[in-house]
Design a protein around this ligand. Sequence first.
Ligand code: AR6
Length: 177
Amino acid sequence: MAPDAAGRIEIVQGDITTLAVDAIVNAANRSLLGGGGVDGAIHRAAGPGLLAECRTLGGAGTGEARITGGHRLPARHVIHAVGPVWHGGDRGEAELLARCYRESLRLAGERGLRSVAFPAISTGAFGYPLEEATRVAVAEVRAGLARWPSIGRAVFCVFSDEARRAYERELGVARRG
Ligand code: AR6
């Protein structure tokens, strides 16, 4: 655990498209051309300019991330991260999910962005078990904040009560550890 991550991580319950942070992370697919879930919500709120910009990117591989403008969102940027589809856990899912968080923070850190909000990547349509995904997310964001001191604020934006409790548990456990 990176002790200096303490105080820089928070949980917000609600719609990530409403957050006025430097970047929100999108749980995208490899096309980077939109979809359902949080991806659909982000594209609807950002407007057609986001899709037009995404078309220039040419997609991304699983575990990778790409950054665009925020268009009509209150967030200045969107970082599109492609989480893994859950296949039972023995196809490298944990490392691919970790890479999403690591790459997202790298893109933010390299651009000097100071606040980043993450949804619970892969835990919806992609079927990644919530508890296990939360463990990966918290560990990687702690490590990433230690690596990028300029990022002062990381938000875990949760939609459901269940997800909120999972993050509260994981952050609480990690803090005592
Ligand atoms: N704000 C915050 N979190 C949200 C929101 C929102 N507005 N809407 C949903 N969530 P999912 P995935 C939560 O399915 O599993 C798309 O079609 C949701 O409750 O959005 O990575 C893409 O195009 C869940 O906890 O993403 C891909 O094809 C979490 O966001 C595929 O789904 C992620 O659920 C990606 O699947």
